[in-house]
Design a protein. Sequence first.
Lengths: 136, 373
Amino acid sequence: MTTRKSTDDETAARGGDASPEAIALADRIKAERQYIGLSQADVAATLGIPRAAVSALETGRRRVSGLELKRLSELFGTSVDRLLGHSRSEDPTTTALFRAAKNLSDDDKQQVLRFAEFLREAGQAPPVTRVEEGQE
Amino acid sequence: MPSKAVTDANTAAQRLHARLHTDYTKPIDVFSVVQQEGIWLVSRPLSAGLYGFYLREGDAAGIVLNADHPEYLQRYTCAHELGHHVLGHRSHLDQPDDVVGPTAGHPVDEVATQAFAGAFLMPLQAINRVLRRLGMPKSRRLDAPDVYAISRELDVSFSASAWQLAALGRIPFQDADRFAKQGAKAAKDAMRPGPPPEGDNRAALFIVEPDARDVPILCRPGDELRLRLPENAATGHIWRIHSPEIPRPAKPQLRWDGRKDATKDAASTPANVTQDISGESLLRLAENRYHPSSLNSDQPGENASVVGQPGTRELVFLVDGPGRAEFNASLSRPWEADRIDTFSITVRIGPAHALNGFAVRQVREHAARVAEG
């Protein structure tokens, strides 16, 4: 898994004409890729584009097409709306869960909300046969 | 008398094992089972107040575990969350009391789920196998080190195994209560003649004696392996290690030559050494001691030493890995070619197994599904 922090070079490499919105979108794509634990190469293979193009997507140097945005949201188990920056909100189920729990941290709540979204968007887990030790 | 909810939870765990044709010779691989059942499996950084949670959204179900927890606790929480799924419960956030707390006064769902977790990770078939493998007959009253060894073989926490052994009628409930209060560290300390070697105090401790030479050993990186071989200092027969290759100690007196009288001083001072070994082997010798008395007697103590009485050579290894390591030694007099005994074991060292992030195979399958459109 690639977990490189963005460096000054990368920041400098961000397109001079990239709008703040484009950079925010690029950051969300990177954060969501890291959430699901995929590498840039994995994302590239899924979208059918070169790895360097994914790197460019995550620094705002390359525009994201509508189709790519849809694919990315499917891959990350989120929605196009969320990738575009619309915030996630509680629903009756999570509100009830939070009410029943004691002293839940805000980070914990975010983890619950994000995973609930993942389940809604990604659907049922793919079938996996018996997993040998060390392959998780 | 267990409640109906508990009986039903036990039955559900047994049914699931029957359907999965579970292999009881190894710890139950609950991470694999969850994935086979089509449940998403993930670990995320959660606060200390949240062990894990189970969510259901339409057809999709998923389990999130605390990424900061050690493997055995993740396994136990995972079995608990699997219980919510199998028992048809709704989404649930599990805080410490839900997973490992006392069940008195808890909602019936949590009591049933705890029963499921115990029965799933420690089914009777698996416990009986472990008892046989460890040579613990039914008549034996299990003490804390016994329960520790069982918990290690099942890869569950010490207190969880104590409670499950009590639930199965194998130990009295008051013993389980006492063991759980004293904790695994006390049990491990009772198994060692001295302080633990440096390392992770959550690492597992294995004691291997000659009668266990055919018992396969499966450990994890960081574990502590103590080999105890009978040695009679007075006869001059000493154990020599052929593998792993041990570099020659810096000080000649560190390897006891067997010629000195087996007095308390001779045996306890020079042989109590810690060697800094940097070999290729995955077994790293941390200590090499001669104990003039048996380490198994009910009253171990240096004072039990009698000249001519058999003692014990104790070799303490720290395990690196993953991989496979061989230990070979022979018992002979240094000045004679004849070997009067040999001892060999193979140690399999599994990978560190705690879950970190999304279960890899699930995400790969998911990505492939998205790529296909």
